[in-house]
Structures are given as C-alpha cells and as structure tokens.
Design a protein around this ligand. Structure first.
Ligand code: ATP
Ligand code: ZN
Length: 292
C-alpha cells in the first residue's frame, strides 16, 4: 500500500516518489526491491565514493564499504569527500555523509587492505555470511563493485569472487584521467580478471608496466563521475532487471567514444577457481537450455 501512495503523487517531498515513478512509467517492474539488495564497494576513492552516494540516494538496502586509506586534501579534486573530513578513514567519512543523506541504508565500514592474508579472509566472510534480508538468510551480497586503482587489489577481488561464485563489476580510470571502463564478471560465464585484464584488452598495455613508481597520476572529477555513473546505472539494471547490462563498456572522453565487447572465459586461465567455475558452467548447460 505504501508503494501505491508514493507512486500516485506526481511530486511530493518524499525522495522515493521520483524513483517510484520509474515503475509507474514502466521502466522498472518493482522498484521497491532496491531495499532488499546488498552491494559491496571495494575502494572508496574517486569512483567508489560517488557510486556509494548514488546507491544511497537510490535507496539501496545495505552497503558494505572497504578501503584502507584516509581522506587527504589531495582528494578534493574528486567528488564526495569534504575538507573537514581530512584525516578520517574514507570508510568512516563515507558512513558519516551517507547516513545523513539516507538513514534507511544499512552501512558497514571495513577499514582494511583486502590484499593482506588476514583482511582477505574477513573480506570473504563479510561477502558471504551476512545478509540482512530476512527472506534469504546467509545469502551474502548481491553484487560486488571493484573501484580500486591497482592490479593487486583487483586480483584479490577476482580471487574472492571466483571462490564464492559471486558476480561482480570492475571499474577503472586511466592514469591520464581521460578514459575509463566498467566490466561485468560472472564466474565461469564471462572472462575473469585473470582471463584477460581489461586494460590489456583495451589498449594492449599491461597495467603492471603502466603504473610508474613516483609518477603522480592525473585525475578528473568528470571522468571519475562518468565512470561511477556508468557503473551504478549498470548495477541498477542488473539488480532490478531492466534494460541490458553491459558486459564491457569503455569510455574515451577525448572522442566521446564508448566501445563495448563481450569476453568469454579463457580455458587456460591461471586462476584455479575460475577453471572450476568454467567447468560448472559447462556442466549446467543442459538444464540452462531446458529452462530457456
Ligand atoms: P591517488 O592514488 O590518485 O592518490 P586514490 O588512492 O584515492 O588516489 P582512487 O582511484 O581515487 O585512488 O581510489 C581507489 C581507492 O581504492 C583508494 O581509496 C584506495 O585506498 C582503495 N584501495 C586500493 N587498494 C586497496 C586495497 N588493497 N584494499 C582496500 N582499499 C584499496
Ligand atoms: Zn579466469
């Protein structure tokens, strides 16, 4: 009944009425479902913090936020963090701002480096164990968003998601700040990050050789905002089942060019969990065909 009341109003003071209008206009079948979903965001920097704010304003049920860093003045050329938050951990500063924007969202702050052995374990168990959804206890998170800026952290997210059979989305912005990408990774079904890292695919350059020590990377709030927007738009499509979720979407800001492509898993992938998921996916094919 609450749903009906909200969608009947054209404009009222409730921020949800504008979101519920998506349902009235036939874009989304059941917008209210947004409150049932849990999303984990790894890396609360230029892309992750903005993605977290967007999901908070959309009324997501629960956000799990992971980052080891503190807010610095040097981050002020990006969106989201404020000068008075300098010195706070990014996860705590994010919880402070997001809980003010929308107190209905359940926020969990994990100040940790997911590439360390101990924190990786905590990361894994936080993804799978806790679910706030009463109807599906222990079902874990619905989606993981990787918003980190380095190869090792992406490989750690890839490892966790391959082991847990957890769908995730990867995002990245180039060191020269003028291009970016998002990618959907479904273990066994699409290429994992170890099958073919997107930067290598997109530009022929290996990210490990691209990161130069001591060289200050460029960054723009515009490119990071666009990538965060693409990431969350595809997150909403994935969770609420509308439109098409992009398997890979690039963003070249100099040409305003958005390349897309699909990437199959690599049968020679170096990641053992990826190979297991690939086997399961092939074995499940007959029942998939029957269901179709
Ligand atoms: P810059 O490196 O340009 O100063 P940044 O470190 O804030 O900026 P962003 O691209 O804005 O980089 O954000 C990436 C975020 O991912 C950072 O906040 C960083 O702390 C976080 N991050 C990177 N690696 C890890 C990791 N292993 N565990 C947790 N968080 C990570
Ligand atoms: Zn793989």
């Amino acid at each position: 009944t609450k749903v009906k009341d909200m969608s009947a109003e054209v404009v009222d003071s409730n921020p949800y009425s504008r979101l519920m209008a998506l349902q009235r206009m036939g874009i989304v079948q059941n917008y209210e479902r947004i409150r049932e979903f849990s999303v984990a965001i790894v890396g609360i920097g230029g892309v992750g913090s903005v993605a977290a704010e967007m999901l908070t304003r959309c009324g997501i049920g629960r956000l799990l936020l992971y980052d080891y860093d503190k807010v610095e003045l040097a981050n002020m050329n990006r969106l989201f963090f404020r000068p008075d938050q300098v010195g706070m951990t990014k996860t705590d500063a994010a919880v402070q701002t997001l809980s003010e924007i929308n107190p209905d969202v359940v926020l969990e702050s994990y100040t940790m480096n997911i590439t360390t052995v101990q924190d990786f374990e905590t990361f894994m168990s936080s993804l799978k164990n806790k679910s706030f959804r009463p109807s599906k206890p222990g079902s874990g998170v619905d989606l993981v968003l990787s918003c980190v800026d380095n190869y090792e952290a992406r490989m750690a997210v890839n490892q966790a998601c391959n082991e847990l059979n957890q769908t995730w989305m990867e995002s990245g912005v180039s060191e020269d700040a003028v291009s970016g990408h998002i990618q959907l990774l479904i273990p066994g079904e699409t290429a994992c990050f170890a099958c073919a890292p997107p930067l290598v695919v997109a530009s022929g350059v290996d990210e490990r050789t691209l990161k130069r020590e001591g060289v200050c990377a460029a960054s723009l709030p515009t490119t990071m905002g666009v990538v965060a927007g693409l990431l969350v738009q595809n997150t909403l499509k994935f969770l609420l089942k509308f439109g098409d979720v992009s398997p890979y979407l690039g963003y070249n800001s100099l040409k305003d060019y958005f390349p897309t492509m699909e990437m199959r898993p690599n049968p020679q992938c170096s990641n053992a969990a990826c190979l297991e998921r690939q086997k399961e996916y092939i074995l499940a094919k007959p029942s998939r065909d029957a269901a179709a």
